[in-house]
Design a binder for this molecule. Structure first.
Ligand code: PNS
Length: 163
């Protein structure tokens, strides 16, 4: 069975992430989407909330599992004995950061870990969790970017300040 890990912050997930998850699920037998639990950063949504959102939106994809992880991605992958990481590439601007991360992960894993990139579908190439949060602050229309229940959570948390 060929498994892959799709790690990220997912604060919150967007349709861009979902697009990558669905396409990865078509390629691999099992895809584990793993939410980074980073104690140093203060995300908008807790790990539990981000995991729950992802579980809700992927409930109909049987070979996708949602988990969280802390510490180094390479250690987490070793623990799970999975050595393929999936990442989405939106534009050339993502490339440098992604390349550095992939090479570092490869080094940290004694050359075991490989990263597979899926290019984000064109219609989501400009989409990011940070832009979604900015739009929510001003009660903008999020319907093309995140599921309705996520838009409601975003507006509830960020948008009210401006009303
Ligand atoms: O969605 P993001 O924020 O682009 O995801 C980044 C993520 C979670 C994949 C990356 O920050 C990560 O793997 N963090 C864990 C720490 C780690 O392993 N760092 C070493 C690689 S440079």
């Amino acid at each position: 069975m060929k498994s892959a890990i799709y790690p990220g912050t997912f604060d919150p997930m967007t349709y861009g992430h979902l697009d990558i998850i669905k396409r990865a699920a078509n390629i691999f037998d099992e895809v584990i989407v793993s939410v980074l639990d980073n104690k140093e950063k203060t995300p908008l949504f807790s790990v539990d909330e981000r995991v729950k959102i992802l579980r809700d939106v992927t409930a109909d994809i049987p070979n996708v599992k949602i988990e969280s992880f802390g510490g180094l991605l390479s250690d987490y992958c070793s623990e799970k004995n999975i050595f393929v990481v999936v990442r989405g590439l939106r534009a050339v601007t993502d490339f440098e950061y992604e390349l550095q991360m992939s090479q570092m992960n490869r080094k940290l894993s004694n050359n075991k870990l490989d990263t597979v990139y899926l290019n984000t579908s064109l219609k989501y190439s400009y989409l990011s969790s940070s832009s979604v949060k900015q739009i929510a602050q001003f009660n903008g229309d999020l319907s093309d970017f995140v599921p309705d229940f996520v838009a409601e959570m975003l507006i509830e948390r960020l948008g009210k300040k401006n009303q």
